[in-house]
Ligand binder design. Structure first.
Ligand code: TPP
Ligand code: MG
Length: 347
């Protein structure tokens, strides 16, 4: 497993240390603090009935943000449902993330220049799509990659093998990130596959594979940067397995992690916490203070308040909107429903 910072925040692999300025290192920490606060707020807003679908991210910040930080703005992200932080830091407005959670169509409309596709709910489907997007980038002569995210469960899907195989065969500049948070809802990774690692699945596709400490933001960043260079310059895709954990439930829809996880396992992973580790590292270099942390916490809270206000101000969804967006020309049965709902909505 590729690691740069150990659990105590000590550099254990100096040779692999990426070249990052002090300001960049601080920015990575700020983003993790921001995301942790956002996650906590999203969970409580969901409990208050003010958000809809939400998949918690605490424990996966280094995996998510370290990989996104290695990207160029022109790279394409094909996320799964849990990957809101990468989307937002790639330019997707926070209020739209909240609208997505509410199932509002504005949450599925991406501003021009924000190279992010809709989060995929069908497990593994984004892997095949990523091979296609990456090939498209190559054909257009762009020096960019398509990166996708799935979970350990996603790595058991047929689409996973198909997408990696295609990208390998066509030398498409793709990066496949599997965030191995140990569980697919309640099913432990050991029950999903006899493979020792998920990273080794790259071998059969003829692409690069690396298992990374997903609680170590520097390792995730370095592995993704290298994968990006390799993809663009050599046409070699990479599978990155990030070893991480989600502290919360699978989603806020009601699974109870205490029924499939032990508190010992939770404790073991909390000791590896990505924020604690990176904070220690930065403090050792005099690059992080309590004031900086508090400033970021306040900023996150303020942004969230604003974003919720903005989401609340979005137009109320109508059934006719949904019918209208579906087709350029409505089939006769929907035409009839359109008339029916137009009449109802005008009352
Ligand atoms: C094709 C398909 N099968 C089943 C489901 C139901 N489902 C939703 S999430 C999930 C588990 C996914 O686990 P994993 O890939 O490890 O991602 P994680 O949620 O842990 O990030 C399943 C089986 C689905 N959405 N799509
Ligand atoms: Mg999982």
């Amino acid at each position: 497993m590729f690691q740069i910072l150990n659990e105590e925040g000590k550099v254990v692999n100096e040779a692999a240390m990426p070249e990052l300025s002090d300001e960049q290192l601080q920015e990575m920490m700020r983003r993790m603090v921001y995301t942790r606060i956002w996650d906590q707020r999203a969970i409580s807003l969901n409990r208050q009935g003010r958000l809809g679908f939400y998949a918690p991210v605490s424990g996966q910040e280094a995996s998510m943000l370290g990989s996104q930080y290695a990207l160029d703005k022109e790279d394409w992200i094909l996320p799964g449902y849990r990957d809101m932080p990468q989307m937002v830091f790639h330019g997707f407005p926070l209020y739209k993330a909240f609208l997505y959670s509410r199932g509002h169509y504005e949450g599925g409309r991406f501003p021009e220049g924000v190279n992010v596709l809709m989060p995929q709910i069908i497990i593994g489907a984004q892997i095949v799509q990523t091979a296609g997007v990456a090939l498209g980038l190559k054909r257009k002569g762009k020096k960019n990659v398509a990166i996708t995210y799935t979970g350990d469960g996603g790595a058991s899907q047929g689409d996973f093998y198909e997408g990696m195989n295609f990208a390998g065969a066509f030398q498409a500049p793709a990066i496949f990130v599997v965030q191995n948070n140990r569980f697919a809802i309640s099913v432990p990774v050991e029950k999903q596959s006899a493979a020792k690692t998920i990273a080794q699945k790259a071998v059969a596709a003829g692409i690069e594979g690396i298992q990374v400490d997903g609680m170590d933001i520097l390792a995730v960043y370095a592995a993704t940067s290298q994968a990006r260079e390799r993809a663009i310059n050599e046409g070699v895709p990479t599978l990155i397995e990030t070893m991480c954990y989600r502290y919360g439930p699978h989603t806020m829809a009601g699974d109870d992690p205490t029924r499939y996880r032990t508190s010992d396992l939770d404790d073991e992973w909390e000791k590896k916490d990505p924020l604690v580790r990176f904070r220690k590292f930065l403090e050792g270099k005099d690059l992080w203070t309590e004031d900086m942390e508090n400033e970021m916490v306040d900023k996150a809270k303020e942004d969230i308040k604003e974003a919720i206000k903005q989401a609340d101000a979005a137009p109320k969804q109508k059934v006719t909107d949904l019918i209208e967006f579906m087709y350029e020309e409505l089939p006769h049965n929907l035409q009839e429903q359109m008339e029916e709902y137009k009449a109802k909505e005008s009352k």
